[in-house]
Design a protein around this ligand. Structure first.
Ligand code: FES
Ligand SMILES: [Fe+2]
Length: 362
């Protein structure tokens, strides 16, 4: 795996099917990494919250009345009820529907009925989890020893750090389950030479022959694609949209992709930003949350974006089907990965980060 591209082979079957490998990844990778749960714009108002899934845990990410962003376990401290059911929303407090324990947005326990005089409320606050923001993205981390977010994910690509992207707002969040190992989903994102076979329309709009990949220092990988001549958006209608651009004029003929290892995939189009948050649920199942963000000026009150949603729903369904079919093959004892093709440098770079994690902790 650590050999140069021409000599290395892909990951073995066990990496995609083994419970032991998955438990290892959960312990050493997912629990220790900063995991993206959304963007700051989704949590602007006091009381705004969203449910996040990290390493098998469910967390509430909440903006407090003091405007601080916090992450807490979604678990009532009384007898353990899953506290909040909704995926996102706005609340003035967090109250448990079982026996009525009530928490402040900060996670502090406010009231608990019928407790003995010796009961200490401050010992039963919701369990806090590390949280930090970077370039508009919100990340949480279950590990206490993991270095701070800005050093773990330093060296983000320039195009992702531009301040204009702070003004984006969420158009749609859509989750779907893929019956495939999370690494197959990332590997699929890391190359575009399947476009000609799997995504005819995407290939027409962003030809894979002109795609290049990019390997940053640290945990960022990515790529660049050019839009076909005459296009300035990627969508089902293939024509100029009324949506405001989110990139400078010089970048309107291209798409930029980035992977923040291990679980955040993001793609900047001329007039919107896509992000895919992966949540590995088992060795063979991955929950994907696909978020689409537009310029704030596109919201009147909602952006005109059916053409974007329709297009990516189709592409994502194509990728989902192909990853699920690949899962069926890689779990066979007949599978042995070949050497990489010359246009799979992005896949190789990702697999190497996985292998380095395996080596570091075994
Ligand atoms: S479990 Fe939450 S109040 Fe009892
Ligand atoms: Fe694809």
């Amino acid at each position: 795996m650590l050999l140069p591209l021409e000599q290395a082979r892909g990951l073995p079957s066990a990496a995609y099917v083994s419970e032991a490998v998955f438990a290892f990844e959960r312990r050493w990778l997912f629990c220790r990494s900063w995991t993206c749960v959304g963007r700051e714009c989704e949590l602007e108002a006091p009381g705004a919250f969203l449910l996040a899934r990290v390493a098998g845990e469910e967390l509430l990410v909440v903006r407090g009345v003091d405007l601080e962003l916090r992450a807490v376990f979604n678990v009532c401290r009384h007898r353990g009820l899953r506290l909040v059911d909704a995926e996102r929303g706005v609340r003035s407090e967090l109250s448990c529907p079982y026996h009525g324990w009530t928490y402040e947005l900060s996670g502090a326990l406010r009231s608990a009925p019928h407790m003995p005089a010796t009961f200490r409320r401050d010992a039963c606050n919701l369990g806090a989890v590390r949280i930090a923001c970077l370039h508009g993205f919100v990340f949480v981390c279950l590990g206490n020893e993991t270095p701070p977010l800005d050093s773990e994910l330093a060296h983000a690509p320039d195009w992702l750090t531009r301040t204009e992207l702070r003004h984006l707002r969420l158009g749609r969040s859509k989750s779907y389950s893929v019956s495939a190992n999370w690494k197959l989903c990332v590997e699929n994102f890391q190359e575009s030479h399947h476009f000609t076979h799997v995504h005819t329309e995407l290939e027409r709009q962003t030809p894979s022959a002109r795609a290049t990949s990019w390997r940053g220092p640290g945990k960022w990988l990515g790529g660049r694609m050019e839009l076909a001549a005459g296009l300035c958006t990627v969508s089902a209608r293939r024509e100029a949209s009324a949506r405001p651009f989110v990139v400078p004029e010089s970048n309107r003929g291209e798409v930029r992709d980035a992977l923040a290892f291990p679980l955040l995939l993001t793609s900047l189009q001329p007039d919107y930003l896509l992000s895919y948050l992966l949540h590995p649920e088992s060795p063979t199942r991955t929950l994907v949350t696909a978020n689409t963000y537009f310029h704030a000026a596109a919201f009147t009150p909602e952006p005109v974006a059916e053409d974007v949603y329709e297009f990516w729903d189709r592409v994502n369904a194509e990728d989902r089907a192909i990853c699920e079919r690949q899962q069926l093959g890689v779990q066979s004892r007949g599978f042995r990965a070949a050497t990489y093709s010359l246009v799979e440098d992005g896949v190789h770079a990702f697999d190497q980060l996985v292998v380095r994690c395996y080596l570091e902790h075994s």
